[in-house]
Design a protein around this ligand. Structure first.
Ligand SMILES: [Zn+2]
Length: 597
C-alpha cells in the first residue's frame, strides 16, 4: 500500500460518510413493439431543493451532436411517498425537479429507441440495444456518483450482455439482472444487448472475453473464438499489457453494417450478416482489431480533452488523427503480425491509402489537425462539396502513423517502433499521471523519442497541407516510392443514374465541369445535340482531349440550359511503392512488417 492509495481510500470513505447519496436506475421494456424503453432514476439523500437531470447530446467516440433528448418523453418525478414533484424544462436537454425536502426522488421517463447503430439505441420484439448516453440521464454536476442499474428484460428476452460488473444479487428468478457502476462515465461506456443473442466466451491475453451476437449470419463460433483470440493476443503485444480482466464484444449482424464503437472494456460491432467469409472476413477481423486496439488508444492513451467527458456539448481535440489514424494503422498492421496478410498485401494497401490521401483535392485544403477539431461539423456532417474541402483524419492519420513508425524504426535500427512510443504514452499519462495529454505534450514526447525537433513536420503535415515526405521516409526501410501521376484531360464531375435520369453527384473544384457552370443535382440530358445516359457520356468524355470543346444540355429545376465545356488538364498525384533489395534495409522492413504470433 502506498501513500497515494491511502489518500484515495480515505477520500472515498469520506464521500460515503458525509453524503451517503446514491443513484439507482431501473430499465424496463414492457412493450418492445412501440420501441420505448422505460427508465427510472432513484436519487437518495440529495440535500438540494432543486435537482437538475440531463440527457447527453452525444455518444463518446462518435463526434457529432445527436441531441438524444429529442427521443425523451413523459419526464415525471415523485418523492418517497409517491407525491408528484414539479418538473420544469430548463434547456433542450435539462429538466429541473423541485424536490424540496424529499429524501428520495424517483424520476421516470421514456426513451424512443428505433435507430440501430453502434452509437444509438434500439428496441423491437427481436432485441434491445442500449447505447447508454442516449438512454440514461445524469444528475447535473454529480457524474462521479456510483450506483446500481437494474435491467428488467421483456418477457421473451432471456439474456443481458454488457461489460458492467454484476452486483452481488445479480440475477433474480424472473430474469431481472442488476449491475453496478462506479460513475456515470462507466455506466454509459458499457452498451447493453438484451434479447436472445448467441453468447460464447474465450480467454486470450489472460482476459475473459464474452461475445454476444445478435442476428443470423454465416459465422462459425469455433473459428471466431480462434481468430478473435489471435487478434487480442497480437493487439496486447503492442502495449505489452492488457488492463482488463474481462471484455465484451457485442456484434450486430445486419444488412447494412456500419462499423464499430469502442469502449474501455467492450465494443459494439455492426457488420453485414454475410461478412464471415473470404475477403470480407479479413475486413471483419480488421474491425475487431480496430475497436479492440482503442481500449488502449483513445480510451487510455488519449487527448486531455477526451475525459472526463462534457456530455452537454462538443468536446474539441485536434488529436483525433492520432486516436483514429494510429488505430486504423494498427488495424491493418495487426493482421500482418497475426499472419492473416503478408508484407506484399500490406504495402499494396498502404499505397492505396497514400494515393487516396495525397490524390484528394480536399487534402490540399484541410490540415489534419483541423479535420480533427472540426469532426463535429465536417467529417460527421458531409455534403456534396466535402471531397473538395476535407480529408479524413482516419486515412491521413494512418499514413502519418506509418511514416512515424518508419522514422522510429530507422532511428533505433530496428530495435524500437511505434509500439514503444505508445508504451511510453501509456505508462506516463495513463498509468502514472492518470490523465490525457495535450497536443504540445504529444509532440514533445515524439520529439524525445525521435531525438529531433518536429516543428517543421507538424507545421507541414499536421497543421499544414503539404504532401508527406514519402520517398525519403520509406526509403529508410527499403521501399522506393515513385511519383507516377501524369496530367490528363479531365471533365471533373461524378454522375449517378437515378430512375432513368443521369444526375450530377459531385463536381471537382476547379474542373472543366465547374468552369462550364455545371452544378451538383443537375440532370444531364444531352451532349452535342444527342440524348445521353451516364455510360454514353462517360465513354464520350473519356475520349476528349485537353482544350477540346463540346456542349451539354442539362435540366436544373425543370429549366433547360445548354452549357459550353472546354476540357482542361488535371494533375492528380499518384505513387507507386516498390521493394528495393538491400540487406540492411530489408532487415528494418522485416522488423516493421513482422509476424509476431
Ligand atoms: Zn476508431
Amino acid at each position: 500500500m502506498n501513500f497515494k492509495f491511502i489518500i484515495s481510500a480515505f477520500s472515498i470513505l469520506l464521500s460515503y460518510v458525509s453524503f451517503g447519496q446514491s443513484i439507482n436506475y431501473r430499465l424496463k421494456m414492457e412493450k418492445p413493439q412501440n420501441h420505448y424503453f422505460q427508465v427510472e432514476m432513484e436519487l437518495t439523500d440529495f440535500k438540494e431543493n432543486d435537482v437538475t437531470v440531463k440527457m447527453p447530446v452525444w455518444a463518446p467516440g462518435s463526434y457529432l451532436v445527436r441531441e438524444f433528448s429529442k427521443n425523451v418523453d413523459l419526464v415525471k418525478a415523485k418523492d418517497e411517498k409517491g407525491q408528484a414533484l414539479a418538473v420544469n424544462k430548463k434547456t433542450k436537454n435539462a429538466w429541473v425537479i423541485s424536490k424540496g425536502a424529499a429524501k428520495k426522488v424517483i424520476v421516470s421517463y421514456e426513451v424512443y429507441a428505433f435507430e440501430l447503430s453502434v452509437r444509438t439505441s434500439f428496441l423491437d420484439l427481436t432485441h434491445g440495444f442500449v447505447s447508454g448516453s442516449g438512454v440514461f440521464m445524469y444528475v447535473d454536476g454529480r457524474q462521479e456518483l456510483a450506483g446500481q442499474l437494474t435491467v428488467v428484460p421483456y418477457k421473451d428476452f432471456a439474456k443481458v450482455s454488457t461489460a458492467l460488473p454484476k452486483s452481488a444479487e445479480s440475477v433474480a428468478a424472473d430474469g431481472v439482472q442488476s449491475f453496478v457502476f462506479k460513475n456515470y462515465d462507466q455506466l454509459v461506456d458499457c452498451p447493453i444487448e438484451i434479447g436472445n443473442q448467441e453468447v460464447f466466451t474465450f480467454k486470450a491475453a489472460g482476459v475473459l472475453h464474452t461475445v454476444a451476437i445478435y442476428g443470423a449470419g454465416n459465422y462459425n463460433v469455433d473459428k471466431l473464438k480462434a481468430d478473435m483470440a489471435k487478434i487480442v493476443e497480437t493487439a496486447t503485444g503492442v502495449v505489452g499489457e492488457n488492463p482488463n480482466k474481462e471484455y465484451t464484444f457485442i456484434i450486430h449482424n445486419v444488412v447494412d453494417g456500419q462499423g464499430g464503437l469502442e469502449h474501455c472494456n467492450s465494443c459494439t460491432l455492426s457488420v453485414n450478416r454475410w461478412t464471415y467469409s473470404d475477403a470480407e472476413y479479413l475486413g471483419f477481423l480488421s474491425l475487431v482489431a480496430h475497436e479492440y486496439f482503442h481500449l488502449w488508444n483513445v480510451k487510455r492513451i488519449r487527448p486531455i480533452e477526451l475525459g472526463p467527458f462534457n456530455y452537454d456539448e462538443e468536446n474539441y481535440t485536434s488529436l483525433l488523427w492520432v486516436m483514429e489514424g494510429f488505430t486504423t494503422y494498427y488495424d491493418e498492421l495487426l493482421l500482418v503480425r497475426a499472419g492473416y496478410t503478408d508484407d506484399t498485401d500490406y504495402l499494396q494497401k498502404l499505397q492505396s491509402t497514400v494515393n487516396y490521401v495525397e490524390g484528394s483535392v480536399g487534402a490540399r485544403v484541410q490540415p489534419l489537425a483541423h479535420a480533427s477539431f472540426d469532426a463535429w461539423i465536417k467529417a460527421y456532417r458531409p455534403n456534396e462539396n466535402s471531397s473538395n474541402t476535407t480529408m479524413t483524419y482516419y486515412s491521413r492519420g494512418q499514413m502519418l502513423a506509418a511514416l512515424i513508425d518508419v522514422m522510429i524504426i530507422s532511428k533505433y535500427d530496428g530495435k524500437k517502433c511505434l509500439d514503444h512510443f505508445l508504451q511510453q504514452l501509456y505508462n506516463k499519462y495513463y498509468k502514472k499521471l492518470n490523465r490525457g495529454f495535450s497536443e504540445q505534450e504529444f509532440k514533445t514526447e515524439l520529439e524525445e523519442m525521435l531525438g529531433e525537433n518536429l516543428d517543421v513536420f507538424f507545421a507541414k503535415y499536421v497543421n499544414g497541407t503539404d504532401i508527406a515526405p514519402l520517398s525519403e521516409t520509406f526509403a529508410k526501410v527499403g521501399v522506393q516510392v515513385t511519383e507516377i501521376g501524369l496530367p490528363r484531360a479531365s471533365f471533373g464531375a461524378g454522375l449517378r443514374q437515378d430512375g432513368g435520369k443521369t444526375i450530377v453527384r459531385s463536381i471537382r473544384a476547379g474542373s472543366a465541369a465547374e468552369l462550364a457552370g455545371l452544378s451538383v443535382n443537375d440532370e444531364l440530358i444531352g451532349c452535342n445535340g444527342y440524348r445521353v445516359d451516364q455510360t454514353d457520356f462517360e465513354q464520350f468524355v473519356n475520349g476528349v482531349e485537353n482544350g477540346a470543346q463540346f456542349k451539354i444540355l442539362v435540366s436544373r429545376d425543370d429549366i433547360l440550359y445548354e452549357l459550353s465545356v472546354k476540357m482542361t488538364m488535371y494533375d492528380r498525384p499518384q505513387y507507386q511503392f516498390k521493394v528495393v533489395e538491400d540487406d540492411a534495409k530489408a532487415k528494418l522492413r522485416k522488423y516493421w512488417l513482422r509476424k509476431t504470433v
